[in-house]
Design a protein around this ligand. Structure first.
Ligand code: WTA
Length: 635
């Protein structure tokens, strides 16, 4: 029996039990049967939880790109590996076959080596969503260099701090990038960043916009002529299972961003396994994840997970609102997409627009639709289910994190019955637990607590680059012996998990734990409301009270605010209870959001508390101007 693909609900429970009782056997079998290795492991895993040290597939030798590309060539050489869909719909899409991908990655790997990049060196990749981004990532992996992809929306100072933190020797960038009707001059941002980075020796530059840029003769080289002269085959480096594959920065609740380090073999096995099961990928399917490769979702589920399975994966350069709000749906129809994976923030934004945008396209190719990155509220879930999935497609609400490397809790489509706003059940190998404030494990169902994982899994981040102590403290000290996710969760009567938001978003009002996400859900169901965010603020009697920031839809703006406030509180009262009513509501035009679409609640909390003079670092905000507006609106 193979464990790689879960065939039924009954088998899911069997596989799950096996993975808990005999994790060595479970992962040994999956890893051995489904990947190619230069040398097998001595031990499936080896942990020292106290020191937060974890090893998987100890002493195995492997190259992840052999598994992503080379081993598919005999059977799938002419199959499309990557469909590149450009920002401008009138520009032709590009279909890159596995054979072509091999040649392009081989050439790039040869170029990197000719330019002095060696195994273990860090390479920063700061590129828009163009094929060269995927090729650069894979080429690094092929030669054993550690890629550090920085989302091309980050500013020069954010870029510089990431380059310096991991001492990158090279930056790969482009003249610029297209996003909707904007052209972004990336090279200028890199030039500015590099004024403060002495570690960088070379910059490789891809031409995308063909705008004129400055080239520093000693440092900068256009990539294409190098590729033209490079050999079109490359012998992959033999890597240790635990060699780092990449660093990816994620912001913590305090301090500078954390460079999460993922290592090769565990990440490979787990992302491949979860991709196959969570998206129910079948051989000729076309899969599309709308994330950017600058985030973990893009790493694991645009590139590695799909390519490890020999899939066809779409890479989209543009944005959902360009040329109009139907772009996602147009792309699904055009490429006959079977699996579609996006974020609730995108769903909510599109659900606000006329239904006509989604209804004018044929979406019947879709089989599975997914959500990731934040709790999906009930209204958005139903809209996605009704208008995108046509009530036929299971929604996989996937919970995971940059740190976890792969999806941890999610329905398995056509197998796990879905329930709106619930990520549902853990995947095999994942042992979630809820913890109370006294650090005790909470037994039984219909309970809420801090979400921890009590047994290691293959794709967990191994450390924070350059700061193992911080890794240990952030993730393994709050609940000793367990990985602390920072999220809170509810376990319902059948054991389904619902992520209620970051634990720091839970507000205790009169002794009651209230997750902000369900309250936001309730508010968002009001027909005049587009979006909302709830935070706590100190209250003399209740300890904490709730403060709501509410964005209205077009037709709500002219309405009487006192009446609206009453109606909103009534809805909360009806759905959650009077305890969850808001003490204050501020109607706002927007919410401060990071570039990955997360609301920066820290700022909203400060404004609600009346502490409006120091907001700390807001450089990662997409819309920093909104902070002043909200602050002034309150005064
Ligand atoms: C949140 C993204 C609810 C959660 C892959 C987590 C979610 C953080 C979900 C990680 C979900 C992610 N439901 N919340 N399905 N998925 N989150 O590192 O708070 O960008 O801790 O990784 O996003 O965000 P990150």
């Amino acid at each position: 029996m193979s464990y790689y693909k879960i065939p039924s609900l009954e088998q899911y429970f069997k596989h799950y039990k096996k993975s808990v009782r005999e994790p060595r056997k479970f992962w040994d079998k999956i890893a051995f049967e489904n990947f190619s290795w230069y040398q097998k492991w001595d031990k499936v895993f080896d942990f020292d939880i106290e020191e937060a040290k974890f090893k998987w597939f100890v002493n195995a030798k492997v190259n992840i790109t052999k598994n992503c590309i080379d081993r598919h060539l005999s059977k799938r050489g002419e199959k499309t590996a990557i469909i590149f869909e450009p920002n401008d719909p009138s520009e032709e899409a590009l279909h890159i076959t596995y054979n072509e991908l091999y040649v392009r990655v081989a050439k790039m790997a040869n170029v990197l080596q000719e330019q002095g990049v060696k195994k273990g060196d860090r390479v920063c990749i700061y590129l828009p969503m163009i094929p060269e981004l995927s090729i650069a990532v894979l080429a690094c992996a092929r030669i054993g260099a550690i890629h550090s992809v920085v989302f091309a929306g980050f500013s020069s100072s954010a870029l510089a701090s990431r380059i310096n933190d991991s001492d990158c020797k090279m930056v790969i960038t482009s003249d610029g990038g297209f996003r909707g009707n904007k052209v972004i001059n990336l090279k200028e941002i890199v030039d500015e960043a590099l004024l403060n980075c002495s570690c960088v020796e070379k910059v490789l530059v891809v031409k995308r916009t063909n705008d004129s840029i400055n080239m520093n003769e000693e440092r900068d080289i256009f990539l294409q002529p190098l590729l033209d002269n490079a050999l079109n085959s490359h012998i992959a480096e033999i890597m240790d299972a635990e060699d780092p594959l990449f660093i990816l920065y994620t912001s913590g609740s305090t301090g500078k961003p954390k460079g999460m380090v993922h290592t090769i073999a565990g990440y490979m096995v787990y992302t491949a396994y979860t991709f196959k099961n969570v998206f129910n990928y079948e051989e000729n399917d076309v899969y599309w994840c709308t994330a950017d490769i600058g985030w973990i979702t893009g790493h694991s589920y645009i590139l590695y997970g799909p390519l490890l399975n020999g899939a066809t994966t779409v890479m989209f350069e543009g944005i959902p609102s360009y040329p109009d709000f139907s772009r996602f749906w147009q792309v699904i129809e055009k490429h006959k997409v079977n699996q579609f994976y996006t974020a609730p923030t995108a769903i909510r934004a599109l659900a606000k627009e006329k239904l006509d945008f989604v209804q004018k396209y044929q979406l019947n190719s879709l089989k599975v639709i997914g959500s990731v990155g934040e709790p999906i509220n009930e209204e958005a879930w139903h809209w996605y289910n009704d208008h995108v999935g046509g009530k036929r497609c299971p929604i996989v609400d996937t919970w995971w994190q940059t740190e976890t490397g792969g999806i941890m809790i999610s329905p398995i489509p056509f197998i796990t019955p879905t329930k709106p706003t619930y990520a549902s059940l853990p995947l095999p190998g994942i042992q979630p637990v809820l913890m109370d404030e006294l650090r005790n494990e909470i037994e039984g169902n219909q309970k809420t607590g801090s979400l921890c994982i009590k047994f290691p899994w293959p794709s967990m981040a191994r450390t924070i680059w350059g700061d193992h102590q911080r890794y240990k403290e952030t993730y393994f000290t709050a609940f000793p012996g367990k990985y602390f996710t920072g999220d809170g969760a509810l376990r319902d009567e059948v054991g389904y998990y619902r992520i209620t938001g970051r634990v720091d978003d839970v507000v205790i009002v009169s002794g009651h734990n209230l997750g902000t996400a369900p309250i936001e859900d309730a508010i968002n169901e009001h027909p005049a409301v587009a979006e909302s965010a709830i935070v706590g603020f100190p209250h003399e009697i209740k300890g904490n009270a709730l403060y709501g920031y509410v964005i209205l839809k077009e037709h709500g703006i002219s309405r009487d605010k006192d009446n609206l406030t009453k109606e909103i509180n009534q809805m909360i009262s009806d759905q959650i209870g009077p305890i969850a009513k808001l003490d204050k509501i501020q109607f706002v035009e927007g919410l401060p959001k990071t570039r990955s679409g997360k609301i920066m609640r820290r700022i909203l909390r400060k404004i609600a508390e009346g502490d409006i003079n120091n907001f700390g670092d807001i450089s990662t905000l997409l819309n920093p101007e909104i902070v002043e507006e909200i602050k002034n609106g309150k005064l």
